[in-house]
Ligand binder design. Structure first.
Ligand code: GLC
Length: 444
């Protein structure tokens, strides 16, 4: 049985809530609330929120939810979900298709408003204008047919982590182009291996066939001037020589220059972080969350890491894919008003500040990028502000409910090239035909 089928089965059998590692945060648990006899005082209402568990996410979600529970007297149950976005979407869709009321608040990816809009309430009646404090592009992204499907919780953009100490030791500077990255990674890796660290690698990233590979590969392609898979008019643009050259470059890191381990083909964000944080990589592509963990007191690389924008391609452009997560309220929630109150609390400035300082989660409220405490904890929120503001979106708005299909076809096509099974030009030609068939002539 595949992992996805297993999740679907678990979700169907347990009604999803049972999948979470974490049970009630606020007291006696769900069953007590449901079994009270009518003459007994009514138990406090319980709101269930699904949270990610990458890095410090789950812990921060729990403490935030508990603070809201304390303020309102409501109980909150935090349900953790699989780390990988593709698996998480699967699980959500199973739960929502069953119109289950056991999750009130969903943490949804920036690429999902179009896919999940029909299952979520419009949050506008609950925001009191708070959406105006958040980045406009994200609010637009989260608005589907006039409905505010999710409030932005944190934003994301791909960044380049590097080992300051190693670059200094070998007389190198942080790279500004992919060519420089390749040369520096190889030089430092070889020298470190010669000096005794045979586990050292040059560059780790997300290469498994999943949503994360779509992000990494789109960054290479966009930096080469190869477009964004599907353009904003709905036209499939991915089959072009610049996109092919970008993907062949990445395959070369694994199969020719050998600065990237084969294992990257099975790894997501946390696997890349594992290699980098244990001191075995010179460079890593990841999201900002990895900063807080790399700097933790028990991290072997604490104090030795810095973050810069991803390198430029031959087009002279550096591209960081836009990621990030929103909070949405299920249409099947029995307590939509209370659930929306939790969403407004968690996405508010105070919580966003706490999460930025403790977990390096990027605020979606622009003014927080001038907050001295945040900039002290995570200096690159200041130096890379433009990167965060101008991040490259995936084509999820134009492809709407079909986005996931597009992404799956794209990451599979890229994965084949990375695994050495085909050349990018052939793989992208085949991808173009498939996407054109899905797109119904660009109308999606
Ligand atoms: C991060 C991003 C999200 C993206 C995912 C891919 O969580 O915030 O937008 O889809 O990574 O792995």
């Amino acid at each position: 049985m595949t992992k996805n089928a297993l999740y679907a089965l678990l979700a169907a059998t347990l009604g999803f809530a049972g999948c979470g590692k974490d049970k009630s945060e606020g007291g006696e648990g769900e069953s007590a609330a449901l079994t009270k006899a009518s003459n007994e005082p009514t138990a406090p209402v319980e709101i269930a929120i699904s949270c990610g568990a990458v890095g410090k996410e789950l812990q921060l979600c729990k403490t935030g939810a508990a603070a809201w529970g304390k303020k309102t007297g409501a109980k909150v149950k935090v349900v953790s979900t699989p780390n990988e976005a593709s698996e998480r979407l699967n699980l959500y869709q199973t739960n929502l298709a069953a119109k289950s009321s056991n999750i009130d608040v969903f943490q949804i990816d920036v690429i999902w408003p179009g896919i999940l809009a029909n299952h979520m309430i419009d949050l506008k009646p609950y925001t009191k204008g708070a959406e105006n404090d958040h980045f406009k592009a994200i609010i637009e992204n989260n608005t589907v047919k006039g409905k505010l499907v999710g409030m932005p919780w944190f934003t994301d953009a791909g960044v380049l982590y590097y080992r300051k100490d190693l670059l200094e030791k070998h007389g190198e500077k942080p790279p500004t182009t992919w060519d420089e990255l390749t040369t520096t990674a190889k030089k430092v890796m070889d020298a470190e291996r010669k000096a005794g660290n045979d586990k050292m690698w040059g560059f780790v990233w997300q290469g498994k066939a999943y949503e994360g590979l779509t992000c990494d590969a789109l960054e290479w392609v966009a930096s080469y001037g190869g477009g964004s898979i599907v353009d904003s008019s709905g036209k499939v643009t991915i089959n072009n020589p610049k996109a092919a050259a970008a993907i062949d470059m990445a395959a070369g890191w694994i199969n020719e220059v050998k600065i990237t381990p084969q294992d990257v083909l099975n790894g997501a964000e946390e696997e890349a972080r594992g290699v980098f944080q244990s001191g075995n990589a010179v460079f890593m592509r990841n999201w900002p969350y990895a900063w807080a963990l790399a700097q933790d007191a028990d991290s072997p690389v604490a104090g030795k890491v810095a973050v810069v924008a991803l390198p430029k391609g031959p087009s002279g452009r550096s591209a960081a894919v836009l990621g990030g997560w929103q909070l949405a309220v299920s249409k099947y929630s029995k307590h939509p008003e209370l659930a929306a109150d939790l969403v407004m609390f968690l996405t508010g400035a105070e919580e966003q500040k706490r999460r930025a300082i403790e977990g390096a989660y990027n605020p979606t409220i622009g003014s927080l990028y001038q907050d001295a405490d945040i900039l002290k904890a995570t200096p690159f929120f200041g130096s890379l502000y433009d990167t965060f503001l101008n991040a490259q979106p995936r084509p999820s708005t134009v492809t709407g409910t079909k986005y996931n299909r597009v992404s799956v076809e794209f990451f599979n096509a890229v994965h084949e090239v990375l695994s050495g099974k085909s050349k990018a030009a052939d793989s992208l030609a085949a991808l173009e035909s498939k996407l054109k068939a899905v797109s119904k002539g660009g109308r999606w």
